[in-house]
Unconditional design. Sequence first.
Length: 86
Amino acid sequence: MAEDVRGAVLVTLSDRDDAAELAEQLLEQGYEPCRVHRDMLAGEDDAEDADWVIEVLTGPHGGPAVFDEPHLAALAEDYGGFAAAE
């Protein structure tokens, strides 16, 4: 999954296009990197149920993205998803 970096935030969405769109928005806002990948959450049996995860390590301020978790969570909610600090 993600590298062992403190302060990362994982933004989880169910739709690939939404994840790509939000990742692009985050890059434009100065977040980096914004890697998008599939991830099965604990308890999921079917690969079709896998969600799309945007891994965000650094905020536009240059510090860990975890400082921006409330903002990232609000953006994720706009797409029907959620964000969680790693």
